[in-house]
Ligand binder design. Structure first.
Ligand SMILES: Nc1ncnc2c1ncn2[C@@H]1O[C@H](COP(=O)(O)OP(=O)(O)OP(=O)(O)O)[C@@H](O)[C@H]1O
Length: 253
């Protein structure tokens, strides 16, 4: 099976503290891939590295068949898009100007652009904010706008770091519909989320990141087997060894 992303022996530390240690991961092409893990596990750090925003110390990364080197960086950036946490936006642009700017960067033809922008804004409940300055938008609207920008750039690989945080249920449903359509077109989607019910329903393969490495990789076969008797939350808890607090620890409440 072709891999959209291949990571070998990746090392990343902040100062003396390792976050990813001898880290390996492959994501199959066309997968909606869920990366889950406790707070501070390193999910955003990994997404930051894969989107070229963060440096790493050692290791090999191949994205869409191209080794992540300085030479390939621009080519890779043209093939991937991301929604980061917090989303990267230009605060003083209007929503509409921002989306046009993204289209310019990705050389999306100007003909037919506005109807595409409007249909996305409309579909995700952002139409009334078309001419609003981004710094006036709510947290959920900012995230949805960042999602629109990522979709407009027509990526081969889409990185979504906590895409559903602050989003209302109707918009979540619509984002999921868009993601399923993109998958049907062959796009690979990598999602980090703490909302395990969504990950469970939306994702194909799921990996658990903990203690600087992938401690479990659940492909569709192993998920079928494990999820006969347990939800993803229960599976997650069974893998993450967290010291249980004593029952009376919050008696002071
Ligand atoms: N710029 C930074 N400098 C120093 N340490 C950092 C920096 N960014 C992240 N860290 C640390 O790296 C570790 C991994 O952080 P990261 O944000 O990647 O985790 P995460 O899995 O995305 O967490 P969460 O689920 O809470 O968003 C944490 O211990 C965090 O404190």
């Amino acid at each position: 099976m072709e891999q959209a992303i291949e990571i070998n022996a990746l090392q990343k530390s902040y100062g003396d503290t390792p976050v990813l240690d001898n880290f390996d991961l492959s994501v199959p092409s066309g997968n909606i891939f869920g990366l889950i893990g406790p707070n501070g596990a390193g999910k955003s750090t990994l997404i930051g590295i894969l989107t070229g925003l963060l440096d790493y110390d050692d290791g090999q990364i191949i994205i869409d068949g191209l080794p992540l080197t300085e030479e390939n960086e621009l080519k890779i950036k043209r093939r991937v898009a991301s929604v980061l946490q917090p989303p990267l936006l230009f605060e003083h642009f209007t929503s509409n100007d921002f989306l046009h700017y993204i289209c310019d960067i990705y050389e999306i033809p100007s003909e037919g652009r506005q109807p595409k922008i409007n249909s996305l804004l409309n579909y995700l409940g952002l139409q009334e904010f078309e001419y609003a300055k981004i710094n006036k938008l709510s947290a959920g609207s900012r995230k949805k706008l960042s999602f629109c920008a990522a979709i407009l750039s027509k990526p081969n690989i889409l990185f979504l770091d906590e895409p559903f945080e602050s989003i209302d249920v109707i918009s979540i449903g619509r984002m999921k519909t868009i993601l399923n359509q993109l998958q049907n077109k062959g796009v690979t989607i990598i999602i980090t989320s703490h909302i395990l019910e969504i990950v469970e329903n939306l994702c194909d393969d799921i990996a658990i990141l903990h203690n600087q490495e992938i401690i479990a990789y659940l492909d569709s076969e192993s998920r079928k087997e494990l999820q006969k008797d347990a939800s993803l939350s229960e599976i997650f808890e069974s893998y993450i060894e967290i010291e249980k607090p004593q029952d009376d620890v919050l008696n002071w409440l």
